[in-house]
Write a protein that binds this ligand. Structure first.
Ligand SMILES: C[S@@+](CC[C@H](N)C(=O)[O-])C[C@H]1O[C@@H](n2cnc3c(N)ncnc32)[C@H](O)[C@@H]1O
Length: 340
C-alpha cells in the first residue's frame, strides 16, 4: 500500500477507505527525451452459414448471429487484441486463470463470451479431465485444440438451454463490459446452472478512467471515455460492471463471495516494474481498442462519421502514450459459490 498523496488532484472515484487503494508512483527518472520514451514503447510492440455471414462496416467485421447485440468487431485485429488482453490478465494475476478455490478435478466448465477461446483453451490444457464449453455470438475460435474443449454459438442474454444433467462446477466470464445489458439476470442464470458447491467467477472492468495526480483532466483520453461511456449507456450496455459484481453475486444467491480489485495503469508510466509492464500491456491492447470500442456505437447510434471516430481514437491513443498522462483503471475479479 502506498501513501495517499496528491488527493486534491485525484480524479475518478474517491478512494475513501478503499482497502485496495494504492498510490502509484510515477517514473520521473529522466531516461532521455520523449523519443527514448517512444523507443521504449515501440520495442514492446512486437455449422451454420448465416452465423458466418458477418456484418462488414467501415472496414471492420461484426458478428451476425443476433446482429447488433454486441458492438465491438470480431475480426482478426480484434482477435489479436483479445489474445493480448489474455496475456495482460495472466501477467496481472500471477499466471493464474482464475482466483476461485475450485476443486482439483473440475468436471464441467463454462466460459461465457469466450471470444477467441483463449481462456477456455488454456483451462482445458491445464485440466485435461475437465469438459470445457465456450460460448459466444461469434464462431471465431480455432477448430484445433485440446479434445476436452468445444465451442458453441449462443447468446448468453437469452434463456439458457443447457440440459438438466449438464450443470457446471465452474462458470467463468471475462471482459463482458460494453457487451451485456442485464448482469443480474445473467448471474441468476449462472446460479441456476451451477451445481451446489460450484463456483462462478467474473473478471471485469470499471471503465471510468481516472488519474491519481489530475494528469488526465482536460485531455483527449478523458474526452474519449466520456463520449464512449455516454453512448454505451444510451444503448443500455453496462459499461463498468466491476464495482457492482459483488452486489449482483449476493442478489443471485451466491455465498463465500470474494472481491479482488487490481489497479490497471495505461502506459508504462508507473515506476514499479510490475505496474510498468502491466501498463505497457494495457497500452498495446488499447492501440486498436480505442477504435474498436467506439466505431459502431458512435456511427450507428450517435451519427458520427467513421473519420471523426478514428480521429477521436487517434487523439486518445496519443494521450495514452504521453508520459505525462497517467491514466488508470480499476479491474475486479469476483467469485462466489452456489451453496451446498
Ligand atoms: C471483450 S470480448 C472477451 C472475450 C473473452 N471473454 C476473453 O476474455 O478473451 C467479449 C466477448 O463477449 C461476446 N459477447 C458479447 N455479448 C454476448 C452475448 N450476449 N452472448 C454471447 N457472447 C457475447 C462477444 O462476442 C465477445 O467475443
Amino acid at each position: 500500500m502506498g501513501r495517499r498523496s496528491s488527493m486534491a488532484e485525484h480524479t475518478g472515484p474517491d478512494p475513501g477507505d478503499d482497502p485496495f487503494y494504492q498510490t502509484i508512483e510515477v517514473d520521473t527518472q529522466v531516461t532521455g527525451t520523449d523519443s527514448t520514451y517512444e523507443d521504449e514503447l515501440s520495442s514492446c510492440t512486437k455449422s451454420v452459414t448465416s452465423i458466418r455471414d458477418y456484418r462488414q462496416e467501415h472496414g471492420r467485421r461484426y458478428h451476425s448471429y443476433h446482429d447488433g447485440r454486441y458492438l465491438l468487431p470480431n475480426d482478426e485485429a480484434e482477435a489479436q487484441r483479445l489474445d493480448m488482453m489474455h496475456e495482460m490478465m495472466l501477467f496481472m494475476m500471477g499466471q493464474r486463470l482464475f482466483l476461485a478455490p475450485i476443486a482439483d478435478n473440475p468436471q464441467q466448465v463454462l466460459d461465457l463470451g469466450t471470444g477467441t477461446g483463449i481462456w477456455a483453451l488454456d483451462f482445458a490444457d491445464r485440466y485435461p479431465n475437465a469438459e470445457v464449453t465456450g460460448t459466444d455470438l461469434s464462431p471465431i475460435q480455432p477448430s484445433y485444440g485440446p479434445p476436452n474443449v468445444h465451442f458453441i454459438v449462443d447468446d448468453m442474454e437469452d434463456e439458457w438451454a443447457f440440459p438438466e444433467q449438464q450443470k457446471f462446477d465452474f462458470i467463468h466470464a471475462r471482459f463482458l463490459a460494453l457487451g451485456i445489458k442485464d448482469f443480474p439476470k445473467l448471474l441468476t442464470e449462472c446460479f441456476n446452472n451451477t451445481i451446489p458447491g460450484g463456483w462462478v467467477e467474473f473478471q471485469d472492468w470499471d471503465l471510468n478512467m481516472y488519474s491519481q495526480d489530475g494528469s488526465t483532466t482536460g485531455t483527449s483520453i478523458e474526452q474519449y471515455y466520456n463520449i464512449g461511456i455516454r453512448a454505451y449507456e444510451k444503448t443500455g450496455h453496462v459499461v463498468s460492471p466491476g464495482p457492482h459484481l459483488e452486489q449482483w453475486f449476493h442478489e443471485a444467491g451466491f455465498t463465500e463471495i470474494h472481491v479482488q480489485k487490481y489497479l490497471l495503469p495505461m502506459g508504462p508510466w508507473p515506476k514499479e516494474e510490475h505496474l510498468k509492464s502491466l501498463g505497457m500491456w494495457n497500452l498495446l491492447q488499447a492501440s486498436t481498442g480505442f477504435e474498436a470500442s467506439a466505431l459502431a456505437v458512435l456511427t450507428r447510434y450517435e451519427n458520427w462519421t467513421p473519420a471523426d471516430v478514428v480521429h477521436l481514437a487517434e487523439k486518445a491513443k496519443l494521450d495514452a502514450r504521453d508520459r505525462n498522462i497517467h491514466a488508470l483503471f480499476d479491474f475486479y475479479v469476483v467469485y462466489g459459490r452456489r451453496p451446498l
